[in-house]
Design a protein around this ligand. Sequence first.
Ligand code: GDP
Length: 296
Amino acid sequence: MAFEGLSERLQSALQKLRGKGKVSEADVKEAMREVRLALLEADVNYKVVKDFIAKVRERAVGQEVLKSLTPGQQVIKVVNEELTRLMGGEQSKLELKSKPSVIMMVGLQGAGKTTTTGKLAHYLSKKQNRRPLLVAADVYRPAAIRQLEVLGEQIGLPVFSLGDKENPVRIAEEGVARAKEEGHDVVLIDTAGRLHIDENMMDELKAIREKVKPDEILLVVDAMTGQDAVNVAESFNRELELTGVVLTKLDGDTRGGAALSVKAVTDRPVKFAGMGEKVDALEPFHPDRMASRILG
Ligand code: GDP
């Protein structure tokens, strides 16, 4: 299960405070030492941990907390609120304004980009009554186009493709034109990923962005890769100005580093979470629910 180790360690660190009628500054300090270790062990970014602990400690040793009737509970509440804030606070929704709205899906190979493109189209059609068109512009990963076509058949949505010999910029542009002609209100472009970040990929993504003027540029990253995912997000954000992140594989036994650091490091919100391989295994990301789940 995701965050299992982190969850257990945080709960045990805070358990000691829970039932206490009186909590001293030293108690808070000791608990925060353990919380800090738990976060570092879960692969949360070092600086993020430092700021988080400082913030919680400052609030937790405040008079209103320590002098309250249930000081232990109050400290836990502070941790919960700060964890929520760390992950972005309010839920971040998609902002789809243009007609048709364009969503560019970007990411490295293997992160789950193509699968997530299908899942998101399914979500928009089922939950928001939209009429998505999928555009297959990942001409580099073998079989990515076919994979999107199969997904399209599975979810009953059309897929625009020009094969893998065409320039992805042209595919994206023609896909959007097709969506206009056929009255689709949202276009999801599965762009070309690579194994590693390189200049060609970024140039190509920028060229697509210039042509199609996306409403959303969502980076798909694998939560299992921890700080690597955060570094990938930083690079993509620097080059492309992302509008959000989708964290995949949160159904696996990820330690939590990516989920807890990506917003703080990149200032880009996590908008969705992938919870499995099936097409309906995509959920809007709710920082408050995630925090409560971690704290048990
Ligand atoms: P791409 O190269 O980024 O387009 O990656 P794919 O979409 O082909 O996904 C790579 C693998 O990750 C596939 O086996 C997917 O089924 C799997 N995958 C994607 N998202 C999730 C998820 O949220 N949970 C799990 N368990 N597997 C996922």
